[in-house]
Design a protein around this ligand. Sequence first.
Ligand SMILES: [Zn+2]
Length: 364
Amino acid sequence: MTNKKKICIFCGDKPERKNKEHVIPKWLIELTGDSKREAFFGGNVSREKRGIRMYSFDSFTFPACEKCNTEFATLEGATKPIVIKILQNGRIDSCEITTFLDWLDKARIGLWLAFYYLNKNWAGISPKFHIKTRIGTRDRFLIIYKTNYNSSGINFIGAEGLSFQHSPSCFALIINNLIFFNVSTFDLCDRRLGFPFSQKTTMANRIQIEMDMVEGFQRVSNPVMRQTFLTKGIILFQPIFKEQIKNAEGRKLYNNEYVRTNSLNYEEGIGKVFIENNGSTHPLSAKDKLSIVPDRQHDYLRFLPKLSKMTFDYQLHLFQMPSPENLSSEEKKEFKLNMKAMKQSNETFLKIINQQIAKKTQQI
Ligand SMILES: [Zn+2]
């Protein structure tokens, strides 16, 4: 991997005592097969090497400071036994789910910066956060799906496209027969989970959004997500208000019985994990332990194109969530152009995915 200006994927600074971080951690690569195996890493969009990009998982590494790398080894260490438990259909509690959601934040932002490097910043963005500043800072939403895939392996969906470069808020990670559809952004589920929420979110400029926070309804509205998602999954939510309580005004909004009762760590701005079940949603208590693997499963090859489409479509939806009305006419124009380019890029990647799946289906 070559890039003139190397930045640490954790802190965004010039890497101190240079080190390399596996964006897909070594333990997960080893847990799911041969660490030297080759995998599909999206399409290469650089002019010189256009085409499908394949290389070994083991060499999917990016710059990091030694200090940052060591610091995050703790999260990796804590996540490994949780992932093993999930894969074995074991029961986990809301603290373990929170750790897993943190780790998904890390993986998602890591992949985003990885493709930023790999594709030589084809979206022309300037990353406004890195793993350290983004982890556990916004509402999270996770759907776990099970498929009939009967081998081991890792894959991810949605990370290679242009819309993910503009808004790295949604991707799907595949580990063996389980699929984790993960979303994290402001304004995602706080409103319908009864927490204070932004009644209007606007894009202030190219990179900043403005929120108008108001008191919450202090009750859950079902369904929490109004969009429809593929069925047969287990749905989890976690409201996060770390950023919103940084100032006195924000702290006042959140300082009530409802938020306190429904928080895992009120001081840190971490809400409880909520689970949706048969059309109703409730918070997990400290004592609750559950398997997050659904009973029902999908046919892997039939499910993959649908999941890919859902992921790409949702990325576009998230990109348009804050209103562009306050942008300058120049910025509005750029916004529209970006939308168009993202749609085209998503269509291209969907085509590649569908072609690969069609090939596999013929082999069976
Ligand atoms: Zn660093």
